[in-house]
Ligand binder design. Structure first.
Ligand code: NAP
Length: 523
C-alpha cells in the first residue's frame, strides 16, 4: 500500500493545508516520506459533522454488527502485513519483534472488545417492574440501559504506535460503546497512522456503516487538537501522553459551554517496595527483575518502575550494588523521537542535581539513544524536594532509602497518584505490607505482589488508571474491557410501552441479557 500523506475524513482522503509533519527515523535521524500537511479547523469541522451524522445510526447497530466491525478492523490490520511492521519500526526505532507483538496485542484487543460487545453486560440492563398496588404510592415501570456518549476524540500515543494509537485501546473501547471516533494522529508516526487509519476506514465500508464512524486527522495539538476537544459535537476525549498535554486538553474540555470528560493517562513513577525479608532473601533476583523492567523498551512505558522504596541496611546496599552492576552493562537504546530523547536527557540532568547517580548504562553509540540511569537518595531529601517525584520518561529510576517502616509510610503518603505500586515481599513481610496497603489503595490503580509493573494485560479485571496525575479521572481504566464504561451513560425509560422500548429492555429479553430484574441478577 502506498502512503498518500493525506488525512481520512470519513471515506475521503484529503490533503492538509497547515505545516507539514514528516516522520523521522530516530535510529538515523533521517526524515521519512511522505510529508503530511497538517489539518485545520475546517477539517475538524468536516470530521465532526460526519461523526455527528453517523452517531444515531452507529450507536443503534446490533451487538453482532458492531462486534463484527471490530473484528473486521483487526483482520484489515493483519492484512497490511510487513508493510505496517516495517513502517512502524522505521518511525519509532522500536525493534521489529516488539512491533509484531504490539500488532498482536492491538488485534487481540479489538477482538476482546468484540466479545465484550456481543456479551452485552456493558448495557447494564436493570428492570424494576411496575407495582401499581404499592402503598402508599404505586411504582412506575423503570428500565435502565447504557447508551453511547457521542463522538469521541482520541489522541494517539507516541509510545504505543499501534496498541494506543489509531486503532488502539481508546478507539476500540469507544467504537465498542457505539461512539464514532476522530483520531488526531501522533506526529511521531504519521505513516503507521495512515496505514492503520485506512484499515479502519475500509472496515467501515466493508461493514456498510456510515462513513463518519471514523476519521483520522493530522496537525498541531494546539490547533487541530484544541478544535476537536472544543467542538460541541465531541462528547469525550481519550489521551495518553505528557502531563502538560493532558492538563491542557482537560482544561479546554472543562472550559466549554458544555464541559465533557477527558480520560487522560499522563504521568506515573510506579513505586516498587522492597520489603525487608524479600530483600534479605533474594536481592540479586530482585535486582535482575528490576533492571530488566526498567530498561525494557528504553524505559518508555507509563508503568516503568521509576521509584524504589526500601529501609536502608546491608541488604539494600547489596541490592543497589547488584542493580548498579547490571544497569552499567545495559546498552543504550534508541528512543521514540528526538523530542522524547531530549526530554529524557533533561530529566536525567535535573535529577542529577538533586540525587546521587549510582550507575549509568553503556554510553550511546548512535543518535537519540537513551543511556540508563540509576539514582539514590535519602527519604528525608525525598520528603522535602518535589523535583525528586518528577517523571523521567525513559530508563531512569530513583532508590529512596528510608530509616524505618514509618519513614516508608511517610514517603508513600507524599506520593502523587500512580498507575501501579509493586510489593516485593515474602511471608515475613506480610504485616508491614498490610499496614501500607490503605495508603497504596489511595494512591494507585493497580497493586502488584512479586511482579514488575511493565506489561499490562488486556482483560476484564485490569485497571490501567489511578489518581491524578496518573490519570485525569481516577474512576476509569484505559486498558481492559472496563475501558468501555468511559464512553457510556445510563438512560432510564419510565412506563414505556414494549413497542417503544429499545430491544435490550423489552419484556421478553430478546437479546438474552443477564438483567438485574426486581433486584435479582438473572442467571
Ligand atoms: P505529548 O507532548 O503530550 O503529545 C501527545 C499529543 O497531545 C500530541 O498529539 C500533541 O500534539 C498533543 N498535545 C500536547 N500538548 C498539547 C497542548 N498543550 N494542547 C493541545 N494538544 C497538545 O506527548 P508525547 O509527544 O507522546 O511525549 C512527550 C512526553 O510525554 C514524553 O517525554 C513523556 O514525558 C510523556 N509521555 C508519557 C507517557 C505515559 O504513558 N505516561 C506516554 C508518552 C509520553 P502535537 O502533535 O502538537 O505535539
Amino acid at each position: 500500500m502506498t502512503l498518500t500523506g493525506k488525512m481520512l475524513i470519513g471515506q475521503q482522503l484529503l490533503g492538509g493545508t497547515r505545516d507539514v509533519i514528516r516522520a523521522i527515523n530516530p535510529a538515523t535521524d533521517a526524515p521519512l516520506e511522505p510529508a503530511y500537511a497538517g489539518g485545520s479547523g475546517e477539517h475538524v469541522e468536516q470530521a465532526c459533522a460526519l461523526a455527528w451524522a453517523a452517531f444515531d445510526r452507529y450507536r443503534e447497530t446490533s451487538l453482532a454488527q458492531r462486534a463484527q466491525f471490530l473484528e473486521t478492523i483487526a483482520e484489515n490490520i493483519e492484512a497490511l502485513g510487513d508493510t505496517l511492521i516495517e513502517r512502524a519500526a522505521a518511525e519509532t526505532g522500536l525493534p521489529v519483534p516488539r512491533i509484531q507483538g504490539e500488532r498482536g496485542r492491538t488485534c487481540a484487543q479489538l477482538r476482546t472488545f468484540a466479545r465484550t460487545v456481543r456479551a452485552g453486560e456493558w448495557l447494564d440492563v436493570r428492570v424494576d417492574t411496575a407495582q401499581p398496588q404499592r402503598q402508599p404510592l404505586p411504582r412506575a415501570d423503570l428500565r435502565q440501559r447504557h447508551v453511547a456518549l457521542g463522538p469521541v476524540a482520541v489522541f494517539g500515543a507516541s509510545n504505543f504506535p499501534l496498541a494506543f494509537s489509531v486503532a488502539g485501546g481508546d478507539t476500540a473501547s469507544a467504537l465498542a460503546a457505539g461512539c464514532p471516533v476522530i483520531v488526531k494522529a501522533h506526529a511521531a508516526h504519521p505513516g503507521t497512522s495512515e496505514l492503520v487509519g485506512r484499515a479502519v476506514a475500509k472496515a467501515v465500508s466493508d461493514c456498510g456503516l456510515p462513513e463518519g464512524v471514523f476519521s483520522l486527522l493530522y496537525g498541531s495539538g494546539r490547533e487541530v487538537g484544541i478544535a476537536l476537544v472544543t467542538d460541541p459535537r465531541i462528547k469525550a476525549v481519550g489521551f495518553t501522553g505528557s502531563r502538560s498535554g493532558g492538563i491542557a486538553l482537560t482544561q479546554a474540555a472543562q472550559a466549554r459551554p458544555e464541559p465533557i470528560p477527558v480520560y487522560a493517562e499522563m504521568s506515573s513513577i510506579n513505586p516498587v517496595y522492597l520489603f525487608a525479608a524479600a530483600l534479605e532473601a533474594r536481592s540479586a533476583a530482585l535486582a535482575q527483575g528490576f533492571v530488566a523492567s526498567l530498561t525494557q523498551g528504553a524505559g518508555q512505558f507509563c508503568t516503568n518502575p521509576g521509584l524504589v522504596i526500601a529501609v536502608r541496611g546491608p541488604a539494600l546496599d547489596r541490592f543497589i550494588q547488584q542493580a548498579a552492576d547490571l544497569l552499567s552493562r545495559s546498552a543504550a537504546q534508541t528512543m521514540l523521537t528526538p523530542g522524547i530523547f531530549s526530554a529524557f536527557q533533561a530529566g536525567v540532568g535535573a535529577l542529577s542535581q538533586h540525587a546521587k547517580v549510582v550507575a549509568r548504562g553503556v554510553p550511546a553509540q548512535g543518535p537519540n539513544q537513551g543511556q540508563a540511569h540509576l539514582f539514590v537518595t535519602e527519604a528525608s531529601a525525598f520528603l522535602t524536594n518535589e523535583h525528586l517525584q518528577a517523571e523521567v520518561f525513559g530508563a531512569a529510576s530513583l532508590i529512596v532509602a528510608c530509616a524505618d517502616s514509618e519513614e516508608v509510610r511517610q514517603v508513600s503518603e507524599q506520593l502523587e497518584g500512580q498507575l501501579t505500586a509493586t510489593l516485593q515481599m515474602d511471608e515475613a513481610d506480610l504485616a508491614n505490607a498490610k499496614a501500607l496497603l490503605p495508603v497504596l489503595e489511595r494512591k494507585a490503580g493497580r497493586l502488584l505482589v512479586n511482579g514488575w509493573p511493565t506489561g499490562v494485560e488486556v482483560s476484564d479485571a485490569m485497571v490501567h488508571g489511578g489518581p491524578f496525575p496518573a490519570t485525569s479521572d481516577a474512576r476509569s481504566t484505559s486498558v481492559g474491557t472496563a475501558a468501555i464504561l468511559r464512553f457510556l451513560r445510563p438512560v432510564c425509560y419510565q412506563d414505556f410501552p414494549d413497542a417503544l422500548l429499545p430491544t435490550a429492555l423489552q419484556q421478553d429479553n430478546p437479546l438474552l441479557l443477564r438483567r438485574l430484574l426486581d433486584g435479582q441478577r438473572e442467571a
